[in-house]
Design a protein around this ligand. Structure first.
Ligand code: FES
Ligand code: FES
Length: 254
């Protein structure tokens, strides 16, 4: 089916013709019927576009809607059941839902270490750890290291060696140092262990270089590094068995 070109029509013919299909199978339109058809077509397209936009908006709402996931996590020895948005980080769960504000939010991007906590004995950045992944885990925060009024060996060493100034990074530093000492006990190596040829010994001594390397994920904007290193060295020398709690999922260094 085709539309007869206007050039084959006489002036005024289009206005006089009735719309329809000719004997040759041509679609015949007057100006009026063409304009009417175009209007109907445009309205149909607009209605279709509206439906598409509506479906797209609904899909965006669905994508942004919270999805709740329930987990049971032991935090500082206390079992907690939480049903939160799957996007909730461990750091936000601790600070905003459990009122455990000792773990700090520095960068919220895994770059400063202020949020460091222990999960099954391993140090992690709580700002990068989704709560939804921790079902059955044991979490220890800075609030869980002391036994009542008795500080953990690492906490006591930080106090004794003045390993902080403003204190914002300190909870993360202490959690990190606590795990570091356990890692060294279990023979975990660092880059410095290899560079200094200590890897073959199986359990490199915690030299200052080792401590600096192993604590390099914890930034201190006050620059209290010399005292932090001294505190970690002292705590390690005391055989600081940290209050990690027992790990049911992953033993440190396993
Ligand atoms: Fe988590 Fe900075 S707040 S690494
Ligand atoms: Fe202030 Fe470390 S003591 S950031």
């Amino acid at each position: 089916m085709s539309i007869a070109p206007c050039s084959e029509r006489q002036d005024g013919e289009l206005d006089d013709m009735k719309p329809g299909v000719t004997e040759d199978g041509e679609l015949r339109l007057t100006r009026r019927s063409f304009v009417q058809s175009a209007g109907v077509l445009a309205a149909g397209v607009a209605a279709g576009a509206g439906k598409v936009a509506e479906a797209q908006a609904a899909s965006e709402v669905r994508a942004g809607a919270p999805r709740i996931h329930a987990v049971t996590v032991t935090i500082n020895g206390k079992q907690q059941q939480m049903s939160l948005d799957t996007r909730t980080t461990l750091l936000d769960a601790l600070r905003e839902h459990l009122d455990l504000t000792g773990s700090k939010k520095g960068c919220d991007h895994g770059q400063c270490g202020a949020c460091t906590v222990l999960v099954d004995g391993r140090r992690v950045n709580a700002c990068l750890t989704l709560l939804a992944t921790l079902d059955g885990a044991q979490v220890t925060t800075i609030e869980g290291l002391a036994q009542g009024d008795t500080l953990s060996p690492v906490q006591a060493a930080f106090l004794h060696h003045d390993g902080f100034q403003c204190g914002y990074c300190t909870p993360g530093q202490i959690c990190s140092a606590t795990a570091l000492i356990e890692e060294q006990k279990h023979g975990m190596l660092s880059q410095v262990s290899w560079e200094k040829g200590m890897a073959a010994t199986g359990r490199p001594e915690l030299s200052d270089d080792e401590i600096r390397e192993r604590m390099s994920g914890n930034i201190c904007r006050c620059g209290a590094y010399p005292n932090i290193v001294a505190a970690v060295r002292a705590a390690a020398g005391m055989g600081a068995a940290a209050s990690l709690g027992s790990s049911s999922r992953n033993e440190v260094g396993a």
